[in-house]
Design a protein around this ligand. Structure first.
Ligand SMILES: [Mg+2]
Length: 189
């Protein structure tokens, strides 16, 4: 079965270093993870959507930001992913922005190789992820953003898993299964 995996917030720790960038930009002191209850930042008590977007744009032009992300999964889990990848049953599906100044595709593949996926397949899109999931014949999909999970659950036949995060905790959907651990993915294969 083809597995489709999001990268940021699933296998890469995006939010912590991103908040450090936002802190630096705003200069108003520390931003606590607990305050991030929604990745749209629409309801955030003191961060505006505009400020967050500016930081997102800034990091999208910075290859070092992506190279330095910490992994969220264990070496054993990376090995399992490599096994799937070698069988041609793993594709990463990401909304990371592609810029003309460097190749985010290359940076992302290097990062995945460094952690153990020997020849990763990564697909970039700015459209709804459900289109790619459909096109690639993904049967099992995991994403930390509830909007992506809902779209894939409603528009494709894929089984959809969402790792539990503070920022997706209030979401529920009959076809999106919340999982506590990444390794739960392998139970669905
Ligand atoms: Mg994500």
């Amino acid at each position: 079965m083809m597995v489709g995996l999001d990268i940021d917030g699933v296998v890469a720790d995006f939010i912590e270093p991103f908040l450090r960038v936002v802190e630096k930009k705003l200069g108003n002191g520390p931003i606590h993870m607990d305050s991030i209850t929604d990745l749209s930042f629409k309801e955030h008590p003191y961060l505006s959507e505009e400020a967050v977007w500016k930081c997102m744009e800034e990091v999208s032009y910075d290859p070092a930001f992506w190279r330095n992300l910490a992994p969220l999964i264990s070496p054993q889990e990376w090995q399992e992913l490599d096994r799937l990848s070698r069988k041609g049953e793993l594709v990463f599906v990401t909304h990371r922005y592609e810029r003309e100044t460097y190749s985010i595709h290359e940076v992302t593949c290097e990062w995945l190789k460094e952690h153990g996926v020997s020849s990763p397949i990564v697909r970039f899109t700015q459209e709804c992820k459900s289109d790619l999931v459909q096109e690639l014949g993904v049967g099992l999909f995991m994403d930390d953003r509830h909007e992506n999970c809902a779209a894939v659950a409603e528009k494709t036949a894929a089984v959809v898993l969402m790792p539990h995060r503070l920022y997706n905790q209030s979401f529920s959907h009959p076809r999106v299964k919340r999982v506590q651990n990444f390794k739960d993915l392998f139970d669905h294969l």
